[in-house]
Design a protein around this ligand. Sequence first.
Ligand code: 13P
Ligand code: SF4
Length: 328
Amino acid sequence: MTVMPADLSGIDVRAEIERLRKERNAVILAHYYQRPELQDLADFVGDSLELSRKAAETDADVIAFCGVKFMAETAKILSPNKIVVLPDLEAGCSLEDSCPPEKFKAFREAHPDHIALTYINCSTEVKALSDIIVTSSSAETILQQIPADQKIIFGPDRHLGGYLSRKFGREMLLWPGVCIVHEAFSETELLKLKAQHPTAPIAAHPECPPHIVDHADYVGSTSGILQYAKTTDADTLIVATEPHIIHQMQLAIPNKTFIGAPGADGNCNCNICPYMALNTLEKLYIALRDLEPRIEIDEQLRLDAKKSLDRMLDMASGTVGKGDLGTR
Ligand code: 13P
Ligand code: SF4
């Protein structure tokens, strides 16, 4: 259950977070889509693969995960002896919601000659029903290690699956899930923006639909897009992913201009992830103070889900920070 912030007036929340972080021997991990104030006080900010690795390696007693639930669950699967807290347990994901485990199980059973290559944005139950997990930064490397004649189910993101399928000429059975955030970018508005900034390249996350990705100069994970922002010669970049990542770009390259790709009303604010936005400084403070809301996973389920995650970590070795999916 989500712990609601009580009256915190008179409490210096930032100072309390600093105190509790030391007292609890806690590490604060944050995804690039988190509010800037959470990114700023995190011990580590990264993409889904990097955060999984940090969670697996940390010697902290507590992992305070500023991200969404499937990410905090991944941390618990990989670090079962740590206390893992998520500031708001309602921080879900439309991709996870699109893929109920019982329906995924039935789909798998209907295609027994296929392996399930599954995006990390799914429930622990779906991970346990999968053969190999991928993130957007590891999907390409992992797919290339699977024999060409092996049939594949890819879920739950049909856009990431479709992108990989087109890029590698590899047919895959796609689960029909989408990210509501990346789905909301408007091609018409993007082209208007491009006309205003003709020399600005477009960097897009592969969760975007094809009508957005097809206009992109670079397609990759959040860490890949950040890397592209640092290395491109262009002084202005159009960013087609959740706009909170622009905070890291501005910190790393303050002399460049970053413009969030627009949604249908021409306003990029509609592309803020409503789930990621549930986490706040106040809720992080309460999570560190109370060690709640806490992630708990049935041990057999955890062991079943860990197999597909371990395969990802083995097969993805060396992919972090390399620009992953790369320029189209
Ligand atoms: P990455 O940070 O791995 O690119 O994932 C993006 C995302 O949508 C996480 O929810
Ligand atoms: Fe899920 Fe999309 Fe939000 Fe990522 S940005 S957590 S994929 S809804």
